[in-house]
Design a protein around this ligand. Structure first.
Ligand SMILES: [Zn+2]
Length: 320
């Protein structure tokens, strides 16, 4: 609409009845909410230089698609936006995303979040995991100085699965035998004294030397001091990898020996467990998503729905 025509149109708003104004607002509000979402997404991503599909250079701006800048490849003729190829590409009801992400910042349950933004609870569940899908990549590069590592065990869960690959547990969260077994998902957390934190799900049961090589080694700086409990796998790993290693002998009641302790990483475990308890058990399949979610909340790394939206399309390193 041209500026003069709009002015004339807007001047007539004064003539609307109270109910008509309410109706107009109900039309405008979702449109404004959707605009906000689109502007967060478009400004989080620099204009692409190459085609998403054929990798050819030479893109043209090609109007807008559902509020987002659209690009067209001169080579293959395909069009795409900043959302194409992301976990959010085909999600609907964009106008509700920021409200929904606000609920995620409050760690609201699937059902309560569904009610609050008025979507079906299956949609709520799908959104949660789409928004979290890339969160596992939002991590520091490495750990340095003194780095603590320790495992946390959660009873493996097939919550939500139609077919179990084992007999159902009679009474929910109780393992059939005592101690750590293949019924437990191992969560390995490593955290340095600057608070930089990594988490991994190496597998089920106790962590092994091979898993430490695979997950931990790539994120440790060469001159790090690794601190763990006395589990033999850590000693073997550190020896083979040539990493300086100290451990506390928890079995003999030793918790702290000067700077040698795993209390920072255990604090992280505690916060994670406490936070996780509100969800009444999470499926093992989604454990990495929950770790990513917790990681984003811990230390207030992510402070707003907009920031969480940027992280959901893989644009990290922005706090507000
Ligand atoms: Zn192309």
């Amino acid at each position: 609409m041209k500026a003069t025509a709009f002015k004339r149109w807007a001047a007539r708003v004064a003539q609307l009845s109270r109910q008509q104004r309410e109706e107009l607002l109900a039309i405008l509000r979702p449109a404004v909410d959707q605009d906000r979402v689109c502007s967060v997404i478009d400004s989080a991503r620099p204009a692409p230089e190459r085609c998403l599909y054929c990798d050819a250079p030479g893109l043209r701006r090609h109007g807008r698609h559902r509020g987002l800048q659209r690009y067209r490849c001169r080579a293959c003729g395909k069009t795409f936006t900043a959302l194409s190829g992301t976990p959010l590409a085909r999600l609907r009801h964009r106008a509700k995303w920021l409200d929904y992400l606000g609920k995620m910042l409050d760690s609201t349950s699937v059902r309560a979040a569904a009610g609050a933004v008025d979507v079906h609870r299956n949609t709520s569940f799908r959104w949660r995991h789409r928004f979290l899908h890339l969160s596992k990549h939002d991590r520091p590069h490495t750990l340095g100085g003194i780095a603590e590592a320790d495992e946390l065990f959660l009873l493996e869960s097939q919550k939500g699965s139609r077919q179990l690959d084992r007999p159902a547990r009679k009474r929910g969260g109780v393992a059939s035998t005592r101690g750590i077994t293949k019924e437990h998902d191992c969560v390995l957390v490593a955290r340095d004294r600057d608070g930089r934190t990594f988490d991994f799900v190496p597998g089920r049961g106790a962590v092994t030397n091979a898993q430490l090589h695979e997950h931990l080694l790539p994120v440790l700086e060469r001159d790090v001091l690794l601190v763990t409990d006395g589990h033999a796998a850590y000693r073997l790993f550190a020896g083979e990898a040539g990493i300086t290693h100290e451990y506390v002998n928890l079995r003999q009641g030793e918790r702290v020996r000067g700077a040698v302790h795993v209390q920072n990483v255990n604090g992280y475990h505690r916060r994670f467990r406490q936070w996780l308890s509100r969800f009444n058990g999470v499926a093992s399949h989604y454990l990495l998503n929950y770790l990513g979610w917790r990681w984003a909340l811990d230390g207030e790394r992510i402070g707003s729905a907009e920031c969480l939206l940027r992280a959901a399309i893989g644009a990290f390193n922005t706090k507000r």
